[in-house]
Design a protein around this ligand. Structure first.
Ligand code: FES
Length: 240
C-alpha cells in the first residue's frame, strides 16, 4: 500500500478538519502519518504487507460524503476514500480506545517494573496516550494460567505479557518465511503458540530474533535481557 498508480487521480479528504491529499491504495493510517497526525497503533507494522487488524486501538471516526452518521473504523485496514471526513480526536473515540486498551490489560501481567520493556513499551505508551486510569477487567487467574516458554536458549516467550497482536506471527511467516508461530485457541483463550504444539526449542524457530524486535510489549525477549530482569526481581542490588 501507499504507492500511487502513475495515472490514478489523487484523493481529497479531511483529517481533523484539515484538507489532505491521499494516494490511491493508501489507508487512513498511512495518510494520517504522512500528514503528521498521530494515531495510536499496536499491531500494524511497516515491515509486513497487511496489518493484522487485531488491536483496534487505531480507531478513527469517519463520515462519508453526504452521510448523516459517523462510524468508527480501524484506520490501519480502512482505505482512504475521496471526500471522507476523518476525525482522530473525539471524546467518544477516546473512550472506545481506552476501553480497548483496558480489555488488552485484562490478562496482562501487571508487574511492569520487572518487565524487560518497562519504559520502552508500546502498550504503556498507548495506555498513557488514551488516558487509561483504571483496569476494571483485570483477572489474576487468567494471568496465572498463561504460560512462559523458557525452552529456547535464545528466547523467552512470556505469554502473560502477550496482547495477541500477531505481529510476531506475521513477521515469522511473511518476513522470515519460517512460519513457526500460529494463533491457537479462540475467544478469551486466543493465544500465540508454536505449530504442532511444540515448544520454542523444538519448533521450526531459527532464533533470528525478528519476533522480539516487533513485539510491542515484553512478551518476547532475548534470553540474557530477560534473565537480568528476573534476577533483578530477586536481587534488588542489581538495579542500577
Ligand atoms: Fe489497527 Fe491494530 S493498529 S487494528
Amino acid at each position: 500500500t501507499g504507492v500511487p498508480a502513475a495515472d490514478a487521480a489523487p484523493l481529497t479528504a479531511t483529517i481533523n478538519g484539515k484538507a489532505v491529499t491521499g494516494r490511491p491504495g493508501e489507508t487512513i493510517l498511512e495518510c494520517a502519518r504522512r500528514n503528521g497526525v498521530y494515531i495510536p497503533t499496536l499491531c500494524e507494522l511497516h515491515d509486513i504487507d497487511h496489518a493484522p487488524g487485531t488491536c483496534r486501538v487505531c480507531l478513527v471516526e469517519i463520515k462519508m460524503p453526504h452521510a448523516d452518521k459517523t462510524h468508527l473504523v480501524a484506520s490501519c485496514t480502512t482505505p482512504l476514500q475521496d471526500g471522507l471526513a476523518v476525525n482522530t480526536r473525539t471524546p467518544q473515540l477516546r473512550e472506545m480506545q481506552r476501553l480497548q486498551v483496558e480489555l488488552l490489560l485484562a490478562d496482562h501481567d501487571q508487574d511492569c517494573a520487572t518487565c524487560i520493556r518497562h519504559g520502552k513499551c508500546d502498550l504503556q505508551d498507548v495506555a498513557q496516550f488514551v488516558g487509561l486510569r483504571q483496569n476494571r477487567f483485570f483477572d489474576p487467574a487468567r494471568v496465572a494460567a498463561r504460560p512462559i516458554d523458557e525452552s529456547s536458549p535464545a528466547l523467552i516467550r512470556n505469554m502473560k505479557r502477550c496482547i495477541r497482536c500477531q505481529r510476531c506471527i506475521a513477521i515469522c511467516r511473511d518476513g522470515q518465511g519460517v512460519d513457526a508461530l500460529i494463533q491457537i485457541n479462540s475467544g478469551l483463550d486466543t493465544a500465540v503458540g508454536l505449530r504442532h504444539g511444540l515448544t520454542q526449542k523444538n519448533s521450526a524457530c531459527v532464533t533470528c530474533g525478528q519476533c522480539v524486535l516487533v513485539c510491542p510489549t515484553g512478551a518476547l525477549g532475548e534470553r540474557d535481557e530477560t534473565d537480568r530482569a528476573l534476577e533483578m526481581m530477586y536481587d534488588p542490588e542489581l538495579i542500577t
